[in-house]
Design a protein around this ligand. Structure first.
Ligand SMILES: Nc1ncnc2c1ncn2[C@@H]1O[C@H](COP(=O)(O)OP(=O)(O)OP(=O)(O)O)[C@@H](O)[C@H]1O
Ligand SMILES: [Mg+2]
Length: 384
């Protein structure tokens, strides 16, 4: 225990709090100076490079001669730097190939397709030279996304060959559009075994997540089995994963898996639905420690991610009404009258959030609907 020294790349609040709480010495590598550090802690502010060479150079520059027992990635762009840093700094080793596959959507899909995991049709943009052929293969619209991204950044729907040719970089992934509800499976993995999994229903994509999802037992089993096959195929032996699935009429389709905790305040919803601290559990998995997970949820939680769209805030109504609701556990609104809100470029951009918990799924749904009616953020256009 005395030899613990953790490097956190792409830190997240709950994880930093947990490290401090446990008095585990740590250093941070953050993209922007978001977390202040206390005495004895160190923070390096530097880009999270995507080329292994640049990553190695940064580590030499910033952490040379330092000893770390563990390196933890908190965000998507930290996954590859963490895999590289573990090698370079002599920390607990993860598979570099797994890190690359989890970071690059094209490599991930090519690899998992080889294991018979069902997913929507896709093409590498670099190999898609004939636009007509692409539409013939993938249908309309074609989804174009960056191979390495998160939060839906840079995701486009393309309807014509002209659009497809326009903005072509060759570094993207092209996919058939799926019109279906989405779910995610959050897993805590230790020594190659999934110790705990929780299913999240993207009740309203980007806006409202239900934890746990309420599913037919048969479907739940199918999803957990898919989750297990993906994790085992990728050889993920420890940490936390966030797997996304589309529920089509013909059955579940794998979307992608991330080797990091989820966003969208799903961690907060897990806390209230299952009554444990998922950040403490995440840290335990990373450190190879046991953790006592609950067998059953204590309630039906939801995270409401608040973003009113672009404009200037004319008025905010209903805040007290919402706060008076019994089920509210967390409420944060970062907006006030007169504030200007920029368009939402990625799902990680929000203007606040609410986490609530109810005794039954029906009550959760009703509370979600009441919040939607009560909390009104009135916007006016911003003059150009
Ligand atoms: N082929 C598709 N068909 C329909 N919707 C899609 C498709 N690909 C992506 N989407 C939608 O866009 C969202 C973001 O896509 P994706 O998960 O691939 O990118 P991301 O940048 O990793 O986003 P996030 O970090 O939010 O998971 C998906 O959760 C889904 O709602
Ligand atoms: Mg995704």
């Amino acid at each position: 225990m005395n030899d613990l020294h953790v490097l956190v790349i792409g830190p997240r609040r709950g994880l930093v709090d947990e490290l401090r709480e446990r008095r585990i010495p740590f250093s941070l590598w953050q993209q922007r100076a978001f977390f202040n550090v206390a005495v004895g802690e160190k923070s390096v502010v530097a880009p999270l490079w995507s080329s292994p060479e640049k990553i190695r150079e940064q580590i030499r520059k910033s952490f040379a001669g330092k000893k770390f027992s563990h390196v933890i990635a908190g965000t998507e762009s930290a996954v590859l730097p963490a895999a590289v840093a573990r090698r370079q700094l002599g920390a607990r080793l993860s598979s570099a190939a797994t890190g690359t596959r989890c970071r690059d959507k094209l490599l991930m899909k090519q690899f998992l397709a080889g294991f018979g995991i069902l997913m929507t049709r896709f093409l590498a943009e670099s190999e898609a030279n004939d636009a007509q052929q692409v539409f013939a293969t993938l249908g309309v619209p074609v989804v174009r996304k960056q191979r390495k991204s998160s939060g839906g950044r840079g995701l486009q729907l393309l309807y014509t060959p002209a659009e497809l040719m326009q903005g072509k970089t060759g570094h993207c992934l092209l996919e058939r559009f799926i019109d279906a509800p989405e779910l995610s499976v959050e897993s805590f993995i230790d020594r190659g075994r999934i110790r705990f999994a929780s299913i999240t229903d993207y009740h309203r994509k980007g806006h409202c997540n239900f934890v746990p999802a309420v599913l037919e037992p048969e479907l739940e089993k199918t999803l957990l089995a898919l989750n297990e096959r993906v994790i085992s195929a990728l050889g993920i032996s420890w940490g936390m994963t966030h797997l996304e699935v589309y529920l089509t009429e013909r059955g579940p389709l794998f979307g992608e898996i991330a080797l990091r905790p989820p966003g969208g305040y799903i961690m907060n919803a897990i806390t209230h639905a299952w009554d444990f601290n998922p950040w403490a559990a995440f840290l335990a998995m990373e450190l190879g420690e046991p953790f006592a997970f609950p067998a059953r949820p204590v309630g039906y939680a939801a995270s409401e991610v608040l973003h009113p769209g672009a404009g200037r805030v004319r008025s905010i109504r209903g805040k007290t009404q919402v706060l008076d609701e019994q089920g509210i556990r967390e409420f944060r609104l970062k907006l006030k009258q007169g504030d200007t809100v920029a368009p939402r470029a990625a799902l990680g951009q929000d203007t606040g959030y609410i986490v609530h918990v109810s005794a039954t799924p029906a009550q959760r749904l009703a509370l979600h609907q009441r919040i939607g009616q009560q909390l009104v953020i009135d916007l006016e256009p911003v003059d150009a």
